[in-house]
Ligand binder design. Structure first.
Ligand code: NAP
Length: 495
């Protein structure tokens, strides 16, 4: 690359924060909130305000429903091939702008650039995958067992959808919903998390440029998510709620949606066990542990939250993990060599400190980290705790930070029983060289997703989701993700 090309490239890679914060995105227009109020977006590396975005009112929410409802007939009638091409263009533009998007994610979320780059690639992939799936939505045809009629099943878009997303994957949690919804022929209102709205708005510009018609995607930020959601769900034109976030908020939303019998998909919290048997490949297990624990500095629903390590390998695993965790470079998300960025808020740091202190009081040994730093920014150091007591609060609560608690076990049955001793059931990790045991344990663990001798499960081509209190429904996967945005219509006929 010439120097001129390098300068052009560098300026394209810098996010335009003012453009991302220019307004609510409703009916293809950038609008201020009708209240004139704004929300501060804070840089977690410094605690300083990065930008402000509009704080939408109930009237803004009504305008977004009107826009999504008005756009719905034309979008559902748009040929699947055309919808597919627009989705494909969203993928291409995201890849072209990936460095800019990754920087924006790092700035507002705090995650290390390398994690942000990984997120952009993952998030864009939902557009490519659903572009491919959009032209393969088929129905069913059969003969009734009685022989009296034929059964035709037609899959139709469910209607206007409300999508609510968390701050920990500001791009991927949005595209994991928007791409299948648009592939199915639905129109949407996205409410991103207040901490990380800039990525959602920057992506809205990309959808517009890719040819998504006005009103098909609308984006609203608000400090009153409860009343706003209640208002949106009460509108009979809205037929779907797809939520990713905590189990507590998910429960409230399920009860709100029940009042109007709205279809719900819920991607909720996790408490993933990471089980290491004596016969595991130690280095592979340590590599996997670093990914399962430290992707996003531990701020992931799939993050390993409880390490169950068999007695024979326990000490070597503990020592190896502490060495790797201690070596990580902590710093600002956009720092060139940062491996562990700050947590999202001061409140998040306080929660992690509380959990670590509680485990220490109950007998845990600190192998590295474990002390809350003073100063600007919301940092917590990579921490390994050995011999954590089963009555520690972190055994039942999501840590959502760079803390790896180790628990010792002896038998396979004990490992499965303890892995299942949680109300959650999202992801689980198993390391063993014995494939039969790996499959047996994978089958016995109550979770929607198992990584067997791997530290990563997420893949747009695979169904993502949890059991128990971790959620309802699946995102991604061959037909699962799109099916959440469609209704089966059965037509009985004879000929
Ligand atoms: P959260 O507090 O539940 O918030 C998630 C979203 O819900 C945000 O947009 C939030 O808006 C909104 N919200 C909060 N209260 C609401 C209400 N009463 N009515 C309607 N919307 C409301 O979760 P979070 O702290 O952002 O995210 C972390 C949680 O998400 C963890 O539990 C994690 O495990 C889970 N998660 C799950 C998955 C999965 O795929 N299963 C993926 C990622 C994260 P505001 O930001 O404005 O409060």
């Amino acid at each position: 690359m010439t120097i001129a090309q390098q300068i052009t490239q560098a300026s394209q890679d810098m996010p335009d924060i003012d453009a991302a914060a220019r307004g609510l995105y409703i009916d293809g227009e950038w609008r201020p909130s009708r209240s004139g109020k704004t929300i501060d977006v804070v840089d977690p590396s410094t605690g300083a305000v990065l930008a402000t975005v509009p704080d939408a009112t109930i009237e803004d929410a009504r305008a977004s429903i009107d826009a999504a409802a008005a756009a719905a007939p034309a979008w559902r009638a748009t040929p699947p091939r055309k919808r597919s091409e627009i989705l494909r263009r969203c993928f291409e533009l995201m890849i072209e702008r990936s460095e800019m998007l990754a920087t924006l994610i790092s700035l507002e979320n705090g995650k290390a650039l390398r994690d942000a780059r990984g997120e952009v690639a993952y998030a864009a992939e939902f557009f490519r995958w659903n572009a491919e799936e959009a032209v393969r939505i088929t129905g069913e045809f059969g003969v009734a067992p009685s022989g009296t009629n034929r059964i035709i099943v037609d899959y139709q878009p469910i209607g206007v959808c409300l999508l609510i997303t968390p701050w920990n994957f500001p791009a991927a949690m949005a595209t994991r919903k928007i791409a299948p919804a648009l592939a199915a022929g639905c129109t949407v209102i996205l409410k991103p998390a207040s901490e990380t709205p800039l990525t959602a708005y920057a992506l809205a510009s990309i959808y517009e440029e890719a040819g998504v018609p006005k009103g098909v995607v609308n984006v609203l930020t608000t400090t009153s998510p409860g009343p706003m959601t209640a208002e949106i769900l009460a509108d009979p034109r809205v037929r779907k709620l797809s939520f990713t976030g905590s189990t507590g908020v998910g429960r409230q939303l399920l009860s709100e949606a029940a009042k109007h019998v709205i279809s719900c998909s819920m991607e909720l919290g996790g408490n993933a066990p990471f089980v290491v048997f004596d016969d595991a490949d130690l280095n592979a297990a340590l590599d996997g542990a670093m990914i399962a624990k430290m992707r996003n500095a531990g701020e992931a629903c799939t993050a390993a939250n409880r390490f169950y390590v068999q007695s024979g390998i326990y000490d070597a695993f503990a020592e190896g993990l502490a060495k790797r965790m201690e070596a990580l470079k902590v710093g600002s998300g956009v720092g060139a060599d940062t491996e562990c960025g700050p947590m999202i808020t001061r409140k998040a740091v306080d929660k992690i400190s509380r959990l670590v202190n509680d485990s220490k009081e109950k007998g845990a040994r600190v192998l590295c980290g474990g002390i809350t730093p003073q100063g600007d920014g919301f940092f917590y150091p990579p921490t390994v705790l050995a011999d954590v007591s089963d009555d520690s609060d972190m055994k039942t609560e999501e840590i959502f930070g760079p803390v790896a608690p180790l628990y010792r076990f002896d038998t396979e049955d004990e490992a499965v029983e303890r892995a299942n001793d949680t109300e959650y059931g999202l992801a689980a990790y198993v390391y063993t060289k014995d494939l039969a045991r790996g499959l047996r344990v994978s089958s016995g663990i109550e979770a929607g997703m198992i990584a067997l001798n791997r530290g990563l499960v997420s893949d747009p081509a695979a169904p993502f989701g949890g059991v128990k209190q971790s959620g309802l429904g699946r995102e991604g996967g061959q037909h699962h993700g799109i099916a959440e945005f469609m209704e089966a219509k059965y037509i009985a006929t004879s000929f």
